[in-house]
Design a protein around this ligand. Sequence first.
Ligand SMILES: Cc1ncc(COP(=O)(O)O)c(C=O)c1O
Length: 471
Amino acid sequence: MSESRSSFHAVYELLDRARTRQITEPVAPYISADELLDRIDFDLSETGQSEEQVLELLDQVAAVTPRTSSRRFLNQLFAGKDDSALAAELLTVILNTSLYTYKAAGANAIIEHTMTRHMAKLIGFENGEGVFAPGGSMSNFTAIVMARNEAMKTMREDGHDGVPMILYTSEVSHYSITKGAAMAGLGRSNVRPVACDDRGRMIPAKLQEAIEKDIEAGNRPFMINATAGTTVLGSFDPIRSISAIASEFGLWLHVDGALGGTMILSEKHRHLLDGVENANSVTWDAHKLMTVPLVCSVILVRQPGMLVKHFNEDASYLFQSDDDDLNFGTRALQCGRRNDALKVWALWKRHGDKGLGEHMDYLMSMAQHAASIIDRDPEMTLTKTPESVNVCFEFDGVSSPELCEELRRQSRLIVGYGDVEGRDVIRIPFVNPDLTFDHIEEALEEIRTVGRELRSRPQTAASEAMRESCC
Ligand SMILES: Cc1ncc(COP(=O)(O)O)c(C=O)c1O
């Protein structure tokens, strides 16, 4: 099981083919899982195969994997596109280091230090710090653990003291908040969903009401999560007003900026994060709007030492030398930790704060352009004026789930839907920097074609029921 330099050329060709396919072939061949099971030899056996056979298998897998870099992949909130970030990511695999100590990671530990301090400063955490986590969900979980431990002093050493700990988050926030509360031993029922206004933003007065009610009931409010860029509508909660409530009641304020944290770089749009400097912690995913390959998320904290306080453990077999400032394992959830810092550092070196901010402006302009076309289209209904990069709408008379599935079945587009105020609506996140206004028109034309086709099709009982529940 050794590395051979001679086989690397074949590996390079495999990677090159995969990359070319991302752009030149349909977004995904429509193949059911059953068909795939017949087509690819997934089963494992007692004896191994040759290197050539394994490369051939990998090529088969790549050929049928949905092409997330395609201009017709409009389904998810990520886009791993930037060449410098991609080069760094491939190098990361070859370097195969772990970010727990300077001893193992060398220059990469300095890069994690540089990146997290720079991002913290941009947020307004002058002396803040941070650590890379494996995704926004884990960054949010890290924040919940810190907030819980700060509010319940027995927790880290002796466990829960029995007083219900209450977490407030908007009714449309990401599911990782409820999941995190459950994983932190607090109970899903102790997460209070706070009502939103008609733009999908948490209503501060409702938050205040909920906190007062819990205090009266003898519960212990401990944390508010404000979302900067909600998953479906892309809305931003009013952070400044929420931070005033957090401060009045002495609660930990976390900002889930997994999607929208990057807007801090845009001169034009950073007002969406107004008040974020008052938060105790912020989640910021670089793999979403910043074109960095998955995964790349940072949890930032305003108060230095907070991460070490809640995550450090004695481990003389690991933390053996050097300044703990560069031994990032002392502040992470994990022990062995993938190097997610190098790729975002390479991206930042390439474009700088200014270039990245302009990129945000471009994504926002695409969303606004798409919304204006949809709004003028007599066959479509724009759900809301977009708050940021997500555009939600319906094709009139056709259920959004059915339309999305048919677009996928015909290998035209991969696009998803979400629930907004009880309706299933198509959601297009504008995260792919290769999209132009022409591509937007092409994608909408595909939606019109398939929408009309579905509308004129004789209805089955199942699709009739779907249509009635949605349209
Ligand atoms: C608002 C928000 N927070 C958190 C997450 C979770 O991020 P990740 O997928 O990186 O775990 C998402 C994912 O879409 C999100 O939209």
